[in-house]
Design a protein around this ligand. Structure first.
Ligand code: ZN
Length: 340
């Protein structure tokens, strides 16, 4: 049987993925420091409500509330013994919403980084990381995920561990990296290197691409880089950009993106070569509705040049524009990322 994502991709020129989970949980009362994944069992209605908002906006793909639901991240909340349960619940909630949509909606089981550095830079062994991802993926598969969606990755070896762990379920896999450091990931991976990585992964991801990062302009630039190195007509590229640039206001993070900006971003991402387009941190259903409307009946044009991307979406860093070389020995920062 062909999986739902592969089938939809065969039928349609492009698909719309959803927006932020974290942002919308914060709007429903989640507090900083809470484990968002605990809400899958403590406030399932609120999580389902986020999914329903994105389905109503017209999204074809919704991602589960399980970004940090691996044993390493859950340990910070003393929840490491509940990996299977919390992931099963996450997928079950999304499945129920997808199945009552009245059209095909794909459930992607979100898998984020462990928050640890893998050997040799850190202490976490490859096999140990792979086991942790396999454990998470098993829960997501039990709950009814169609595809396992590895996202916000920075390190090539962690992508490999995640894809290999996720594949133990037999489900197809999608993998996206975050190019947030002068056009590269935090660990130095360039878009061209990410394509080479995707091509050697086993199993080969159904789709791969770029998510999160530092705003829609950089995101589209990363898609241009991915498209340049990818195989046209066979590689499926994913764009899931943040809703503008994060700003600190009254101790809170807000995002500058308007629905109009996200509509511009969506068309440029499509021109750049992305076939799966959604949003990330800061995006609400109204932004996704704008993306859905912007792509409907839109005939993609040629890939934009970087000057066009800047003019329509905002400034790019010098390194992304290729005007200044990236420092060769960038110390990788250790950072725990929360899906916003
Ligand atoms: Zn994000």
């Amino acid at each position: 049987m062909i999986d739902r994502l592969t089938r939809l991709l065969a039928e349609r020129p492009y698909l719309v993925a959803d927006g932020a989970m974290g942002t919308n949980l914060f709007l429903r009362g989640l507090q900083t420091g809470d484990a968002p994944e605990l809400w899958n069992v403590e406030h399932p209605e609120r999580v389902a409500d986020v999914h329903r908002g994105f389905v109503a906006a017209g999204c074809d793909i919704i991602l589960t509330n399980s970004f940090g639901a691996n044993r390493h991240r859950l340990k910070l909340h003393k929840l490491e013994g509940r990996v299977r349960e919390l992931n099963r619940a996450a997928a079950g909630l999304a499945r129920e919403v997808a199945d009552s949509a009245g059209r095909v909606v794909v459930v992607g089981g979100s898998i984020g980084p462990t928050g640890e550095l893998l050997q040799p830079l850190g202490a976490l062994g490859f096999a140990e990381a792979r086991d942790a991802f396999a454990e998470q993926a098993a829960g997501l598969a039990e709950g009814g995920a169609d595809v396992l969606w590895v996202e916000t990755m920075s390190a090539a070896n962690e992508v490999e561990a995640a894809v290999s762990g996720a594949a133990t379920t037999g489900l197809p896999v999608v993998a996206t990296l975050t190019f947030d450091t002068n056009g590269r990931t935090m660990m130095g991976v360039t878009p061209a290197e990410a394509v080479a990585l995707a091509h050697r992964l086993l199993p080969r991801p159904v789709a791969f691409g770029s998510n999160c990062g530092t705003g829609p302009a950089e995101l589209v630039a990363s898609i241009l880089g991915l498209a340049k190195a990818s195989i046209a007509g066979s590689d499926v590229l994913v764009a899931k950009g943040n809703c503008g640039i994060p700003q600190y206001e009254d101790g809170k993070i807000t995002f500058s993106g308007t629905p109009e900006l996200m509509a511009e971003y969506a068309r440029l991402a499509r021109d750049a070569g992305a076939r799966v387009i959604g949003a990330c941190c800061g995006s609400e259903p109204r932004h996704l509705a704008a993306i859905v409307a912007a792509l409907k009946d839109y005939s993609p044009g040629p890939p934009p040049d970087l000057a066009t991307v800047e003019a329509r979406l905002g400034a790019l860093t010098q390194s992304t524009k290729g005007e200044a070389p990236v420092a060769a020995s960038q110390e990788p920062r250790r950072q725990r990322r929360r899906r916003g």
